[in-house]
Write a protein that binds this ligand. Structure first.
Ligand code: NOJ
Length: 560
């Protein structure tokens, strides 16, 4: 319960219990969104202060996903949690959290928390107890195994060949127990043993605590690795560029017991209607994401996040997604997040675009992201076309980046986690203090205030397209069918759902494209609804040829 003792519920949302399918989720990285107390680090009060940017008079999103807000020693910047039930004081108080839930709910915005349940911090009280001895209430709460033997010098050998995603063996020896513990990520992030009954009970109790405080959904960090093979056999090996890639992850990922665990988790969150969850698929395929998707439990699919800015690349990705998910399962749409390069930088780089072209691509990508079939997850700042920021190594805040080596082909995620620029001036309206991570060099011009005043900005485009999406049922629930256009540099698809039919056409090239589109399925003509440009080329478009400008995207609606 919140301090008032009554869990807040979302008021006048634009969608009902199916919001997770019709709506749009916005990821806030709390350290970098807005700093209200001037310590240079973003906080919950900062999110409250900027809800108007997100609410019905702003972008008009339906839910905020907050990256981890729990106390953390910061070895993996919040993904090493030392107490899942509390708010890290760096973000504010418990009361600030309850006020955020309440203030968001008042604007019809739901709150989705990031649950890191595969592992804890090594400072979590469960682990400090567990590592002390082979007996005691927490003894089997982590994945402990005996050494496989000892090396010539007597050093204990790891129990199997599993490797850590962040490089090196996935096992670390603990002399106090004479055993190794498993860490799929850093050694400061020991994996929990979900097969110990106490672990599931404790996790579910923690989840219930957040539900009682009015939380509307959860993002489950690396959810497909909660359960490992109980016998921890060696993974088969193969050729590959890194230690991780040189194994087939048969026994440490996607255990067949996982879907039943998610069902038990859903039974818990389904006690109240309208609560969603989304699982972060750890290194999986689109088919894997589709297989683990169930009603109200979405799964991130990474097909789109790795595509170049080419119509055929996006067409292929959409085809693979549609084939894998079919019409019964609901996909997610993700172009950026806190682990990946920002797409405004990444996509432009794939065709060496800079300056205005780069922003034109950010607008066109937004139109695709917001009109495809699936629930879009936007990453803070993408609505400004924010880029990755070059961070000198001594300023990096991403400890795994220090481990980058020939065998660990990672990147410094700090570059995609820089503070949100709200206005010009020192601190860019993000902070009155010294930002915890440097601002992008373009913050004086690329910021919310500046873009609000410019109808051709990336932000103006996001607001237009989000409004159109909110008003057109077929964009929210429709099936998707790719449409073949004479010009292969144009991506086009139809959406047919509970409202008028929609046709989307996007020019991926830096030259004009003359195209013809087929008529609406049930006859009539197309009316231009919204586009990347303020002045879409024609109000009414029939079968006649028409021209898309470079990187222009248009949404047409059937008009009888
Ligand atoms: C996935 C998270 O998105 C990432 O930021 C984190 O490093 C790993 N899981 C480990 O929690």
């Amino acid at each position: 319960m919140s301090r008032s003792g009554v869990a807040s519920v979302v008021r006048s949302p634009r969608f009902g219990d199916d919001w997770w399918r019709r709506g749009v989720v916005y990821q806030v990285y709390p350290r970098s969104f807005a700093d209200a107390d001037g310590d240079g680090v973003g906080d919950l009060q900062g999110v409250i202060d900027h809800l108007d940017h997100l609410g019905p008079d702003g972008l008009g999103i339906d839910a905020i996903w907050l990256s981890p807000i729990y106390p953390s020693p910061g070895r993996d910047v919040g993904y090493d949690v030392s107490d899942h039930r509390a708010v890290d004081p760096v973000f504010g108080s418990e009361g600030d959290f309850d006020r955020l839930v309440e203030a968001a709910h008042e604007r019809g915005i739901r709150i989705v928390l990031d649950l890191v349940m595969n592992h804890t911090s090594d400072r979590h009280r469960w682990f400090t107890a567990s590592r002390q001895a082979r007996t005691g209430p927490y003894a089997d709460w982590y994945v402990w195994r005996d050494p496989r033997g000892s090396g010539p010098d007597g050093t204990p050998l790891p129990p199997n060949n599993w490797v850590s995603w962040f490089g090196g063996s996935a096992w670390r020896y603990e002399p106090a127990r004479g055993q190794f513990f498993l860490h799929t990520f850093l050694e400061e992030q020991p994996d929990l043993n979900w097969r110990a009954p106490g672990v599931e009970a404790a996790q579910f109790e923690m989840v219930q605590g957040w539900l009682d405080r009015g939380v509307d959904g959860f993002r489950l960090d690396v959810f497909n690795i909660f359960l490992k093979h109980p016998d921890t056999p060696d993974n088969p090996t193969r050729d590959g560029a890194s230690a991780w890639d040189r194994q087939l992850h048969r026994y440490d990922i996607d255990h067949p017991d996982q879907p039943a665990l998610i069902r038990r988790f859903r039974d818990l969150v389904d006690r109240a209607p309208g609560r969603m969850s989304v699982g972060e698929l750890f290194v999986g395929t689109t088919e894997g994401a589709a297989a683990l998707t169930t009603d109200r439990h979405l799964v991130f699919d990474w097909e789109l996040i790795s595509q170049d800015w080419r119509a055929d690349a996006f067409r292929g990705a959409i085809q693979r997604r549609e084939r894998a998910f079919g019409n019964d399962r609901w996909p997610t749409i993700v172009l950026s997040n806190h682990d990946q390069p920002r797409h405004a930088s990444r996509l432009a780089a794939t065709i060496a675009a800079t300056g205005d072209e780069r922003d034109a691509i950010a607008r066109a990508a937004a139109l695709v992201e917001l009109t495809m079939r699936g629930t879009p997850f936007l990453y803070y700042g993408e609505e400004l076309g924010m880029s990755d920021v070059a961070i000198p190594p001594e300023e990096s805040i991403d400890p795994p980046a220090a481990r980058i080596s020939e065998d660990f082909g990672w990147w410094d995620r700090s570059q995609a986690r820089t503070p949100m620029p709200w206005s010009h001036g020192r601190g860019a309206g993000f902070t009155t203090g010294r930002p915890w991570l440097r601002l992008g060099p373009d913050a004086p011009t690329r910021n919310v205030a500046a873009q609000l005043g410019d109808p051709d900005s990336v932000l103006a485009c996001y607001r237009r397209v989000l409004a159109a999406r909110g008003a057109q049922p077929s964009l929210q629930d429709g099936e998707l069918a790719l449409v073949t256009i004479d010009d292969p540099t144009v991506l086009a698809y139809r959406r047919r759902g509970s409202g008028p039919e929609i046709l989307v056409a996007v020019a991926f090239d830096r030259r004009e494209a003359e195209i013809r589109v087929p008529a609406p399925t049930d006859g009539g003509r197309w009316r231009s609804l919204v586009g990347t440009h303020r002045d879409p080329p024609a109000a009414i478009v029939g079968h006649e040829p028409w021209v898309l400008r470079p990187f222009e995207g248009v949404v047409l609606v059937a008009d009888r």
